[in-house]
Each structure stands twice: as C-alpha cells, then as structure tokens.
Design a protein around this ligand. Structure first.
Ligand code: PLP
Length: 395
C-alpha cells in the first residue's frame, strides 16, 4: 500500500459521513427494537424510520408513503422490472430499456427474456443520450414499462428523463428511472419529471451500504419481490433496517442542504482534472456528454493503453479509481456503455473513470494527474503499438 490514499472512485461507493454514522449508532445498542413492535422498544425506531422516510421523500418531492425501503439499488431495479411484466398492473409482456443501463437492470432483462418476455434495448448517441425516436418506435400495445436511468454510472451522462416520462405517459406506459447516481446530486421532481418508479441507494451519497428504496407512485400497484411480513405497506417483507434507514435519512438531508455547493466544488475538481489530462496527456479523450453530466464524473480514454495496467499503476501510488464500473472490472469484456457510445474495443479497454466527491481537494487531483502522466508515458514507452504509431507519424 502507498502511504497515502486518494479516493477517486465515488461512483462505486462513498465514505459514510461522520454525521450519518453518529445518527445511526444509537439504533444498534440503545434503540435496538423492531420498528414494528407494539411494546416500548418499538417506539423510538418507528419514529426514526418515519422521520427518515420524510427526509428521503423530500429530495425527489415525493410523499413519504410512496417510498419503499429495500436493500439497495440492485433490489429496487430487479423488483420494478420483474413486477412490471408479472405484477398486478401487468399490461403486456414487453419492456424497453436503454443500452447503457446498470447491470441490475440488464441482468434482470436477461432473466425476463429467458422466461419468454420481450425486451427492447434502445441505442444512445455518442454522448450517451438515449434516442427518443427509437423509444417511441419500440412502443407496442404490449409495452408495460420503459426504464431509463437518470444518470449513467460510468460516463456520467444525464438523461432527459422528463421527456422520456412524458413520452411513456403519452402511450399509457409506466416509466421507471434508476436514479442511484443522480439522487441527491441532481434536481429531481417525480411529478414534474413524469416518473412512476425510481430507484436509489444510500451508499452512493455518504450513507451506509445495503439500504435503498423504490419510489412507487401512489395508485400504481406492484407485487412484492421479497415476501414476508407487513413491512413497507405489505409489499416488501423483512424486518426494517433501522440503523440503515436512519443513516440514509441523514445522508439525504445533508445532500439536500448542500446540493449546489457540493456540485460546484465537485465540478471545479473534475474540470481541473479533465483540463489538465486532455492538455498534458496526448491521445486522451473525454467520454460522455461535455456538459450534461454528473458533477463528479470524468471518464477518459487513453489510446495505446490497457486500462487495467494503468489502474494497477495508479493503485501502487495510492490512487483509487475504476475502469468503467465496479461490475465490469474483474471481467475482460469491455464496458457495454463505452461500446454503446461507439468506442472501439481497444479504446474501451483503455478507459478509466475518475469520480470525485466534495471530500477531495485540488491537491488530490493534481497528484493524481501527475502520477497519471508519468504512468501513461511509462506504459506507452513499453508499447510496440505506440512505437509503431509514432514512427509512422514521423515518416
Ligand atoms: C451502484 C448502482 C446500482 C446498484 O446499487 P446497490 O445499492 O449497490 O445495489 C444500481 N444502479 C446504478 C446506476 C448504480 O450506480
């Protein structure tokens, strides 16, 4: 391990904020009761969960009773997709998703296809913005749900969810958005944005891992994915994760309070990183939309570089980043998101994702860019491809 750690992988997960942990701690040993219990020990957890639900709903201007706690974004995504075609509001056997969804969505789609349901994957442009015409063309009388993420976890592109929601409703189709990356980061109003279902997760915004929610618009019915007791109005069984929910509530409250200041700081850090990299490292290219992107995200391709090698080289110097997404790393397949925006395989393989938080500093970014420059130079100096390229260029 290097003697310092610079964490630039906040899209994978974030550090729990101190205020969040402090708020959670009493619910482990002091107020440890089951929030559903009628006796005295049930009261404090029940009230804390109620309060957290209100804070969490407020971020997306929902009613607290439209928030259903889950174990995280993956569960929320799986739940809504499965129930869309199998549940009580079942309209048909077809769903439409974008080609750049998170694997929680895409792998659920694979299961649906195996079970005989139909899925259409709509393409995106070179910036990762979903093709609205392709969505409209894909809609059939059998279409039960359209699911397009609010912001992409790899390239940070923010999708026009309000317009997609309006299009879905025009055709009497329900609209889901995976807002795991966007919740508390960009302004969302479920009514204005025509959203029927929305997934979010606490650990992407300074909350604990293992807790999230599915927003379900009032009046839309859905079957449970996890069966059990009467928790979450009878459609999501399992004893309520009180400390987790309390932590999520605090993280949501903090995110709301300083959304603009945080976004401004992240944008400054990120833009500094992008400016320096593109200026100082030849043959490096920014992926994703130049402006319609999450404030903390920079995804950059380095030609003549193997992403994993570069990642390992930065890791030796204490810099934590990611190639594409956590789910894609560890596998040799290039990122489906980078391929969908039109990158060639070799360039998709040579891409890294840097995601800053407001806990980072300019010094962190400068140090990372310095190490990056040096590492890219060293790796290229060992690359026969790069050598040939330079020779041909000179010739
Ligand atoms: C992290 C992430 C998820 C998964 O959330 P978990 O709470 O880790 O299950 C889903 N979608 C997106 C866009 C994500 O970034």
């Amino acid at each position: 391990m290097a003697d310092k750690t610079i964490y630039l992988d906040n899209a994978s997960t974030t550090r729990v904020r101190k205020e969040v942990l402090d708020e959670m701690l009493p619910y482990f040993m002091e107020y440890y009761g089951n929030s559903a219990s009628i006796h005295a020990l049930g009261k404090a957890p029940r009230e804390a969960v109620k309060e957290a639900r209100e804070k969490i709903a407020k971020v997306i201007k929902a009613n607290p009773d439209e928030i259903y706690f889950t174990s995280g974004g993956s569960e929320s995504d799986t739940w809504v997709l499965k129930s869309a075609v199998m549940g009580p509001h079942k309209k048909g056997s077809h769903v439409i998703v974008s080609a750049i969804e998170h694997h929680a969505i895409l792998n659920t789609c694979d299961l649906l296809v195996k079970s005989g349901y139909k899925v259409t994957y709509v393409p995106v442009d070179k910036y990762g913005i979903v093709d609205m015409d392709a969505i409209e063309k894909a809609i059939t009388p059998e279409t039960a749900l359209i699911s397009v993420m609010t912001a992409n976890n790899e390239i940070g592109t923010i999708e026009p969810i309000k317009e997609i929601g309006a299009l879905a409703h025009k055709h009497n189709v329900l609209f889901h958005t995976d807002a795991v990356q966007a919740y508390g980061q960009v302004d969302i109003d479920v009514t204005r944005d025509n959203v029927d279902f929305l997934s979010a997760s606490a650990h992407k915004l300074g909350g604990p891992k293992g807790v999230g929610f599915l927003y379900i618009r009032k009046g839309v019915r859905i079957d449970p994915l996890i069966c059990g007791g009467e928790q979450e109005r009878g459609i999501r069984g399992g004893t309520t994760n009180t400390p987790g929910v309390v932590g999520f509530g605090k993280a949501a409250e903090l995110a709301m309070e300083n959304m603009e200041a945080r976004a401004k700081k992240e944008r400054e850090l990120r833009d500094h990183l992008i400016d320096r990299v593109l200026k100082e490292i030849p043959y490096s290219y920014l992926n994703g939309h130049p402006t319609q992107r999450l404030p903390g995200n920079a995804n950059i391709s380095f030609h003549f570089i193997e992403g994993e090698s570069l990642l390992m080289s930065l890791n030796m110097k204490g810099i934590c980043i990611s190639t594409g997404s956590a789910c894609a790393s560890g596998s040799l397949d290039p990122s489906h998101v980078l391929l969908a925006i039109g990158l060639e395989h070799q360039h998709a393989h040579g891409s890294l994702r840097f995601t800053v938080s407001d806990e980072n500093t300019m010094e962190d970014v400068d140090y990372a860019v310095d190490v990056l420059k040096e590492s890219v130079e060293r790796l290229r100096s060992m690359s026969p491809l790069y050598d040939d390229f330079i020779k041909n260029k000179k010739a």
